[in-house]
Design a protein around this ligand. Structure first.
Ligand SMILES: [Zn+2]
Length: 298
């Protein structure tokens, strides 16, 4: 048996339960699709902003920063037991499966207090509103002559935006069935490790597209048609949340088989295949829409 160095093993264990958002691969695919579609000037501006980044949580290229918001949320703030937990709710919008109400799921859409940077906004905010806030912040960033504080906030806004447009398109980030967005539903499937419904949509169904984010993104980009672009580059983050919710209801929850005596769900090969197809579509739409928001904001 291959021996893992203890530190590496520890790092894997600490790193693994990313049950709140696409796993790293999903976010990376979204960023790569977006980078393909942004205008060259937008890409240059992104790289220029990120070049000044000194944050140690991720590398500073536009693809690596796609997972920064998850690392940030889980990173120590004032000691090992306190982290940036005030950003936890920003990663999803809990629309009730049976009574979806966006205003309620977004805590009443409370606006940012005047003068507050979006990255320091209140904990009770949904992913839809955070996308709007960070996009507006980037839009307001002066093209030249910005202060170091403005640049630092612009950088954070860019990193949150890249991540959150991805999260919004993870269907289980836009629905709740009193199961913490599928985190309380235990599922298993042929050939896959048992987990939660949420983990399956974060990771398992993405992994079935292939192990390499670059290759997966390349395949998805190649099949996106001009008609797709036209159809997807419409609407607002609120509309995209409703779409994500509908996808979750129709594709993640409706086809669930009845649970067994212990309340566990045994998913079929057909469920996995269909789920993976939907995940591919969501990743494409997220990438295309992220490119649109970046072009508009930068
Ligand atoms: Zn997330």
């Amino acid at each position: 048996m291959r021996k893992f160095p203890l530190l590496l093993l520890l790092a894997l264990v600490l790193h693994s339960p990313a049950s709140w958002g696409w796993g790293d691969e999903g976010h990376e695919v979204v960023a790569r699709v977006a980078l393909h579609f942004v205008a060259p000037a937008t890409r240059a501006r992104m790289e220029q902003l990120l070049a000044g980044d000194t944050d140690a949580l991720t590398a500073h290229d536009p693809v690596s920063v796609a997972v920064w918001a998850d690392r940030y949320r889980d990173s120590p703030e004032n000691g090992p037991r306190v982290n940036y937990h005030h950003t936890h709710e920003w990663h999803f919008v809990d629309l009730d499966l049976h009574h979806p109400n966006l205003a309620r799921a977004c805590h009443g859409h409370v606006p940012l207090p005047p003068g507050t940077p979006a990255s320091e906004g209140p904990a009770n905010a949904c992913v839809v509103d955070k996308i709007d806030q960070f996009a507006a912040e980037l839009h307001a960033l002066p093209a030249s002559g910005a202060s170091p504080q403005q640049l630092a906030e612009g950088r954070r806004a860019l990193k949150f935006l890249i991540h959150f447009v991805g999260d919004l398109h993870q269907p289980l980030h836009a629905i709740n069935d009193h199961d913490r967005g599928g985190n309380d539903k235990r599922v298993s499937a042929p050939g896959e490790r048992a987990g939660t419904l949420h983990q399956y949509w974060d990771n398992t169904l993405v992994a079935r597209l292939g192990p390499d984010a670059g290759q997966v993104a390349g395949r998805l980009i190649a099949r996106i048609t001009p008609a797709n672009l036209k159809a997807w580059q419409r609407g607002t983050p609120r509309d995209w949340a409703r779409e994500s919710f509908e996808t979750a209801r129709a594709e993640a929850y409706a086809p669930l088989p009845p649970p067994d005596g212990r309340g566990h769900y045994h998913l079929s090969e057909a469920y996995l295949d269909q789920g993976s197809n939907m995940v591919a579509l969501q990743l494409e739409e997220a990438g295309v829409r992220l490119a649109l928001l970046l072009d508009q904001s930068l």
